[in-house]
Design a protein. Structure first.
Length: 352
């Protein structure tokens, strides 16, 4: 007979999962398959559905839930022994516990069929217990080129061998932009179609438009100034916002828009810029236009926060839509009464 109380104070730690508290199992549903040996449970599904004491036909002791955890199924009464009536079943007589080998368990905790648990050890790296969904088995699941973010070259698979992630199509080379195992076209092989370090008035304000949304006064500015990025010449573009009206209008901030740059439909364009913002919010946007100079698409990237130190911002890459004839870049500082500096702006046409 099943005891009225579960084993008190049980705390088990498994290399493949934790231990659930003992609880009174629900009545077993009709048609539920009974596992003959609860000590050797293996569930190949991942993530798997843990089994209950009732589903396992277990009425005493500790056993595996089939998902790498141990559950407690109560105690026996009336002088009965756990396991004497079958694995984790109360009965009269003695119980012979199983072993890790008999249960085909290479690691972790499993029930011994007599109400206790077996510690079947740990795995030797890079193998881990339960990898790939095989409970109590030592396996290693290799990574893939996609998961590793590799588009070329050779990378470790995490299981002791290397993956061949292919080669690049010229003029791209493997690591050409400085990121290992990623195809890129170096500036020397694919020079920018637009570059600006704001060294002359022809760089700014000639052809640029600038404005502030939600202004409360007219002291905002977008101007060349002598706060350049490293190796960025002697000037940069400084953006300065004033206070914003309350409640604010839509898209508050100061914006600067480049002149049009000739572009082709269906191509990838990459924008590189050095921006320092001191933690102020801002965005870089690439905008595409048709032959009538109507905007037909855009994509933006949020500035990476910094501590008022120049650094190359993350690349902005966008595909030009059909009918694209030109593109423009827009830089927007969106924090009130703040500064940001933009320098070393470059636009690249990614090779096919």
């Amino acid at each position: 007979m099943r005891g009225a109380a579960a084993i008190a104070g049980l705390l088990l730690v498994s290399s493949c999962g934790g231990v659930n508290d003992a609880s009174e199992p629900a009545p077993k549903d009709a048609g539920v398959d009974v596992v003959a040996d609860a000590a050797g449970l293996v569930d190949g599904s991942w993530l798997c559905t843990p089994k209950t004491c009732s589903a396992l036909d277990a009425d005493c002791g500790d056993t595996s839930d089939g998902c790498g955890n141990v559950i407690s199924c109560g105690t026996c009464s009336n002088g009965e022994t756990c396991g004497a009536g079958g694995p984790n079943r109360c009965g009269v007589g003695a119980c012979t516990p199983t072993t890790c080998a008999a249960a085909s368990a290479e690691c972790g905790l499993v029930g011994d069929g007599c109400g206790k648990t077996l510690d079947c050890g740990t795995c030797t790296l890079p193998k881990t217990c339960g990898a790939g969904g095989e409970v109590n088995k030592c396996n290693c699941v290799p990574t893939t080129c996609t998961a590793a973010g590799a588009t070329c070259g050779s990378v470790p698979d995490g299981c002791g061998t290397n993956l061949d992630c292919g080669s690049c199509k010229a003029p791209k080379t493997c690591g050409g932009l400085g990121t290992p195992n990623v195809c890129g076209c170096s500036p020397s092989d694919c020079p920018p179609i637009y570059a600006n370090s704001f060294e002359s008035t022809a760089d700014f304000p000639t052809g640029w438009n600038s404005w502030q949304n939600c202004a409360t006064d007219t002291t905002w500015s977008a101007a060349r100034d002598q706060f350049p990025a490293p190796s960025g010449g002697s000037f940069d573009l400084r953006l300065h916002t004033t206070g914003f009206v309350s409640p604010p209008c839509q898209y508050p901030g100061i914006y600067a828009l480049t002149p049009g740059i000739a572009a082709t439909a269906g191509r990838d364009y990459r924008v590189e810029a050095w921006i320092r913002n001191g933690g102020n919010s801002g965005v870089t946007t690439i905008l595409f236009y048709d032959g009538a100079d109507q905007e037909i698409g855009n994509q933006e990237i949020v500035w990476a926060p910094d501590t008022w130190q120049y650094g190359a911002d993350p690349s902005l890459i966008a595909k030009s839509p059909a009918n694209t004839q030109k593109l423009r870049l827009r830089f927007g500082l969106q924090t009130a009464s703040a500064f940001a500096d933009v320098d070393r702006v470059e636009v690249y046409l990614e090779p096919l």
